[in-house]
Design a protein around this ligand. Structure first.
Ligand SMILES: Cc1ncc(COP(=O)(O)O)c(C=O)c1O
Length: 358
């Protein structure tokens, strides 16, 4: 709670925090409080695949909302809800990933969050803020040719104080359910996270916890608690975050430099200011554009070239239908491979794309 106060400074009184075993679990619990069989959940046009897997057996449908380089477009959200003509009752909940969105890498600015929050107020929406990449914000990309001193790229890392304010920090009505996780900043195997929301909501989630996982593993909680409370404190936590921000910034810069070097003309992308994903729009040539199943062909070409990116259709809330199968998008992650594998990977991707691009 002390951390939440420092970082998000919630604007209403009766907020509280409850533990989770990470954001995937937290999402289900938040969803179950507000959506029933037959309801529709508003989501990004491209989103985290676990959402599709979670809602399908619950009989909850997804309504994708158009995105741009900052994530969900507020006007589009307003239109989808305001002119709702779906079979279900009007959606009451919107799920979004405001920082380093999975898969597009988009990060919402403070202004974008304010505009989204205003739409949520207008239509009385609950916002599920799934923000596991929140702490992985870093400096803007400086093109390689403009870099005099490599260190220029890593000045001004945000630490804890320079992070874009969260939706939670704007919330005056108690309509944001914020999901945080240690998965991307300590270790995913800890299965530890926390949910911040009005107390009447966290109480219900606590009750749900008691009838499902009881608690995150005691061993994990003890490790996190020892680290945070006895070893690091706030200052140490911030130092750790700056180190991770730097690690990801180094990876982003190297990866982006190589993409400019090897993929020119083949793809378009926006350089992310946070996280671990690069979202490519593949510039298909005329033959490739005319071919049904072309993204599956590219997928096979990647396998043959020993490189793997995730095709866009796997992130579509509409499922693997004709409408999305050949949309020319691919997600790269620059988190897993070692840095010395980057150039080989990017040049293999270029080779896989060659028959399909100019
Ligand atoms: C948007 C999003 N939410 C949640 C998760 C998983 O988080 P956790 O390990 O906390 O369940 C991921 C990725 O692993 C993700 O991209």
């Amino acid at each position: 709670m002390e951390h939440t106060e420092r970082v998000h400074d919630p604007k209403y009184a009766d907020w509280d925090v409850v533990v989770s075993v990470g954001n995937t679990d937290a999402f289900v619990k938040a969803l179950m409080l507000f959506c029933a069989h037959g309801d529709t959940l508003l989501v990004d046009e491209w989103t985290y695949p676990a959402i599709m897997e979670t809602v399908a057996p619950m009989g909850i449908k997804l309504a994708p909302v158009a995105m741009d380089t900052q994530g969900i477009v507020p006007e589009a959200l307003d239109k989808v809800v305001g002119e709702w003509s779906g079979e279900s009752r009007k959606p009451r909940v919107a799920y979004m990933i405001p920082t380093a969105q999975n898969p597009t890498g988009a990060t919402m600015s403070a202004e974008r969050k304010q505009a989204i929050y205003a739409v949520a107020q207008k239509h009385n929406l609950v916002l599920i803020e799934d923000d596991p990449y929140y702490y992985l914000q870093f400096a803007q990309y400086i093109p390689a040719e403009q870099v005099q001193d490599q260190e220029d790229r890593y000045r001004g890392l945000p630490g804890l104080k320079g992070l874009v304010p969260s939706l939670l920090s704007l919330d005056i009505d108690g309509r944001v359910i914020r999901l945080d996780s240690f998965s991307k900043v300590l270790a995913p195997g800890l299965r530890c996270g926390w949910i911040t929301a009005p107390k009447y909501i966290t109480d219900k989630i606590q009750f749900h916890n008691e009838t499902s996982m009881h608690q995150p593993s005691g061993l994990s909680q003890a490790l996190v608690s020892k680290l945070m409370n006895e070893e690091w404190g706030h200052a140490g936590w911030e130092r750790h975050l700056v180190q991770i921000q730097r690690e990801y910034a180094v990876r982003r810069d190297l990866f982006v430099d190589l993409c400019y070097k090897h993929l020119k003309g083949k793809v378009e992308f926006t350089v992310p200011d946070a996280g671990m994903f690069l979202w490519f729009k593949v510039n298909l040539n005329a033959d490739a554009r005319a071919k049904k199943g072309v993204m599956q062909d590219i997928f096979n070409a990647m396998i043959n070239n020993h490189v793997m990116l995730v095709p866009g259709y796997m992130f579509s809330p509409l499922g693997e239908c004709d409408e999305v199968m050949d949309k020319p998008y691919m997600r790269a992650a620059f988190s897993y491979a070692s840095i010395d594998q980057f150039e080989v990977a990017v040049s293999r991707f270029a080779k896989a794309l060659a028959p399909f691009t100019n």
